[in-house]
Design a binder for this molecule. Structure first.
Ligand SMILES: Cc1ncc(COP(=O)(O)O)c(C=O)c1O
Length: 373
């Protein structure tokens, strides 16, 4: 970067560091061909719902038309599913876009945004992009049952008159940990009602822990709750970019002021609708993730590494020393995982829970890497 225009950029952008998407996958696909195992981005190892593929195939010929700017068909379906009105749903080009817009709507320079240390990387980026200051609250300690997980009890004490929005993920990326609905309710009681609390539920479909319920169930009690969801993970539509918020209609109205009118494209809209109908696919993905997650966790623990408890479609593994050598050794075997240096977790790697064949490859590679270490 030459810096030619750097000092002309808005102040918050001058200091912003772009989101790190991980490896250059198109290049790696060329290099490794069919043997590559992509476990770096928490995508769906079971592919895309056949019903979504069919819907996209039918709709693609209408691509000369603009999409429905209001996404009415999809919003109606989501409203029915979540027992709310269409005015309480906003669609996004992935939930990433919506997280950025929430910060844009509520925070500006001088304001503070609260999230958990070891929370999702987009929260600090969204905060800095609008010139606000991030306040990272301490997570649970390493020896807790939810190691490095979001400790909701620490959030109220971090609130002051500059606090404009709070982001938490349940379950959390990159730790995979979760919190219980009673703990969220207790925190919400201690948060002033004018501060929006965003609960990012990108991985909620993979949860099976007792007490882990969607924050959507608390919306009637707390109008400042905003829940974000995505079609990128369990629904297998990461490439089509569809996410949504369930929020108070006034929050939705504010987001709609800055939402690009055609932010979700025609193929994304029809695919998401079809994916919602494909209950068989979702059930198969969920059951598959739960089975393979247990296999990987068991294998990695048996190899002597610490496996963070996960309610998601990925596992965070602590190798007890710098993980770079393990990442490199996996890479040599065409198994691509996500380094965690950017999160300040240099001893850890995060790996997606893939389909049975991908899991076989991963476990074999982990065993080889361990033997060679
Ligand atoms: C916690 C969390 N939230 C949101 C997202 C964004 O997903 P998308 O923009 O594909 O909906 C991700 C993606 O990895 C995530 O891990």
């Amino acid at each position: 970067m030459s810096g030619l225009f750097l000092d002309r950029a808005a102040k918050p952008i001058q200091k912003l560091v772009a989101y790190d998407p991980g490896h250059d996958l198109p290049r790696l696909r060329e290099r490794f061909g069919d043997i590559i195992v992509e476990l770096g981005s928490n995508e769906n190892g079971w592919g895309t719902s056949p019903m979504a593929v069919e819907a996209v195939t039918r709709a693609v010929r209408d691509s000369f038309r603009y999409p429905d700017p209001l996404g009415l068909g999809l919003r109606a379906k989501l409203a029915e599913r979540h027992d709310c009105s269409e005015e309480e749903i906003v669609l996004g080009n992935g939930s990433h876009e919506l997280l950025m817009q929430l910060a844009q709507v509520f925070a500006e320079p001088g304001d503070e945004v609260i999230y958990s240390r070891y929370g999702f990387a987009v929260y600090p980026i969204a905060t800095r992009a609008v010139g606000a200051t991030g306040v990272a609250v301490d997570p649970f300690p390493r020896d807790h049952g939810m190691p490095l997980g979001t400790n909701l009890a620490n959030i109220p004490a971090a609130i002051n008159e500059r606090t404009k929005i709070i982001f938490v993920a349940n379950p959390n990326n990159p730790t995979g940990t979760h919190f219980r609905i009673e703990d969220l309710r207790a925190m919400m009681r201690a948060v002033p009602g004018h501060i929006p609390v965003v609960v990012d539920e990108a991985y909620t479909e993979f949860a099976d822990a007792p007490g882990l319920e969607s924050a959507i169930t608390l919306r009637a009690e707390f109008p400042n709750l905003v829940v974000s969801r995505t079609f990128s993970k369990a629904y297998g539509l990461a490439g089509l970019r569809v996410g949504y918020l369930v929020a108070h209609r006034d929050v939705c109205e504010l987001i709609n002021r800055l939402r690009e009118s055609f932010n979700v494209n025609t193929l994304g809209l029809v695919a998401a609708e079809a994916a919602l109908d494909d209950v068989e696919f979702l059930a198969r993905v969920r059951a598959g993730v739960l089975t393979q997650r247990a296999r990987i966790a068991e294998a990695a623990s048996a190899l002597g590494w610490f496996v963070f408890p996960s309610q998601t479609n990925f596992l965070l593994i602590d190798f007890g020393r710098k993980a770079q050598t393990f990442e490199d050794a996996l890479f040599e075997r065409a198994v691509i995982v996500r380094p965690m240096v950017g999160y300040g977790l240099a001893n850890c790697l995060r790996m997606t829970v893939g389909n049975p064949e991908e899991t076989d490859r991963l476990i074999t590679a982990l065993q080889e890497v361990r033997d060679a270490a």
